[in-house]
Design a protein around this ligand. Structure first.
Ligand SMILES: O=C(O)CCC(=O)C(=O)O
Ligand SMILES: [Fe+2]
Length: 457
């Protein structure tokens, strides 16, 4: 039995938001009200299962409740609701995944040079653990999926408000990134979210039947500024960046779920190395624990002897979807090659959740502590970025000046596997106040960045 130490839990959602506002205002959305009416505040341990048990979850009832409860909500909340209501249609998908691996013998992570102490205080938050009931309704938007099931569309008078809001948000928070290689940016024609049947309607390829006929000018129902947001980029073989991939609604759910899990056993703490230096971030492990001191994975947390929470199923579905979409992109890029050879599929059983304050950072390192088999196969690391943007460095060695730089913004998904599995990478800085406003408003997320990296041991 390991000695049990007191662990001061870190909450990445702000104390001020949580403590100063009544519960309903902290959780303004209808879909949460439904849960809070029927549940007591839940423990972190049960948070994941409620997230899981609601999947797939149509948004009809949420929309209904939105109407019932919209009276006392702020304009931002209303705008966000309209954004929410006209978000992607819900699609059904069945993706099997394996939640736990076998024996965990290896440690994780190479070196880390960002060891100075962070100034930010460690607070405890009064924000209660809340079940996160809106699951990932758009589990599969990919053209590769079958079983498309549209939910009733909600086009209402608030749509315009929503559009204005989204427009300003895109301009403010989604600046174009740098370090481009090959970018696929036409949402309708190139995005694997769009159904391949509809691609032909849009006219990616001219069919034989239209030969000799006058060329039709197609009409875009969305304004130009709203297209081309979800760009996709192959940064190097096996390394794919899906920009703005995670919807705001999903981001909100991820933050809430992480906050809820992070308050409980095995939740967020400030890890340190053997020499006593602290990492400049707060960390929580899901599925398995990674100990920076031993650099090993284990079933239990060495500090409080807790088992880490399970990875919520919704997170895993999102990972699977991102891998599929990365495959679509790779296939487009290199038609003759099986995308699995470039970026193998994986079923995550580890998720390391990092929260960086605006002073947070992580030195260049390799993720090389998963099983030998996993590394040998090049099973990818899949990384979600949420909140403030981060500069992300990647390259073949530890030399910062030789590394390439890319901006990771809220909603971005980065995958690195195959021959890029052992790429050196790190986060030299966080871009202050760059998180999408509705994300902050709806979650109370602190200034800083939440990062989730999924791996298969
Ligand atoms: O925050 C990031 O984007 C990278 C995190 C990372 O490299 C890690 O947790 O190993
Ligand atoms: Fe890493």
């Amino acid at each position: 039995m390991l000695p049990l130490h007191r662990v001061i839990r870190f909450h990445h959602c702000r104390l001020s938001t949580a403590a100063a506002l009544p519960r309903q205002i902290c959780r303004p959305f209808c879909f949460l009200k439904k849960m809070s009416a029927s549940r007591k505040p839940i423990s972190s341990r049960s948070a994941y299962s409620s997230f899981t048990s609601q999947i797939p979850f149509g948004n009809e009832s949420s929309a209904e409740e939105t109407r019932q409860t919209s009276g006392g909500e702020s304009i931002i909340e209303k705008q966000f609701q309209s954004l929410y209501e006209k978000d992607f249609p819900s699609l059904s998908v069945n993706v099997g995944f394996n939640s736990k691996g076998g024996n965990f013998k290896k440690g994780r992570k190479g070196t880390d040079s960002g060891l100075e102490l962070e100034q930010e205080a460690v607070n405890s938050s009064e924000l209660e653990g809340i079940a996160n009931v809106v699951s990932l309704q758009e589990e599969s938007r990919t053209g590769t999926e079958s079983g498309l099931r549209l939910s009733p569309g909600t086009v209402n008078s608030s749509e315009h408000e929503g559009i204005v809001d989204v427009a300003s948000m895109q301009e403010d928070h989604f600046p174009s990134h740098f370090g481009k290689k090959k970018v696929y940016s036409n949402y309708v024609k190139k995005s694997p979210y769009s159904n391949s049947k509809f691609n032909n309607v849009v006219g990616t390829k001219s069919s034989n039947r239209s030969e000799g006929l006058p060329k039709l000018e197609r009409f875009n129902i969305c304004l130009p500024r709203f297209r081309d947001i979800r760009t996709q980029e192959i940064l190097r073989p096996g390394m794919v960046l899906l920009k703005h991939y995670i919807s705001l609604r999903e981001q909100i759910e991820i933050v809430r779920t992480c906050n809820s899990l992070g308050e409980g056993p095995g939740g967020f703490y400030r890890p340190g190395y053997k020499d006593g230096a602290k990492l400049r971030l707060h960390m929580m492990c899901l599925g398995m624990n990674w100990d920076p001191q031993t650099r090993k994975y284990d079933k239990r947390h060495p500090v409080d002897n807790c088992e880490p929470p399970e990875i919520p199923l919704g997170f895993c579905l999102l990972v699977q979807r991102a891998i599929k979409d990365a495959h679509c992109l790779i296939k487009k890029d290199t038609d003759m090659v099986d995308p699995e050879d470039i970026l193998p599929s994986m079923s995550p059983n580890i998720c390391i959740v990092n929260f960086y304050s605006v002073h947070g950072r992580l030195g260049l390192h390799q993720d090389r502590d998963e099983s030998r088999q996993s590394l040998h196969k090049g099973l990818p690391v899949v990384s979600f970025s949420i909140g403030d943007s981060a500069e992300f460095l990647y390259g073949d060695g530890r030399e910062v000046d030789q590394a390439k730089k890319v901006l990771l913004e809220s909603g971005d998904v980065l995958l690195f596997g195959g021959e890029s599995r052992m790429v050196f990478h790190g986060v030299p800085s966080i871009v202050p106040s760059s998180a999408p406003e509705p994300l902050k408003t709806n979650t109370g997320l602190r200034h800083g960045r939440l990062n989730l990296t999924f791996r298969q041991f």
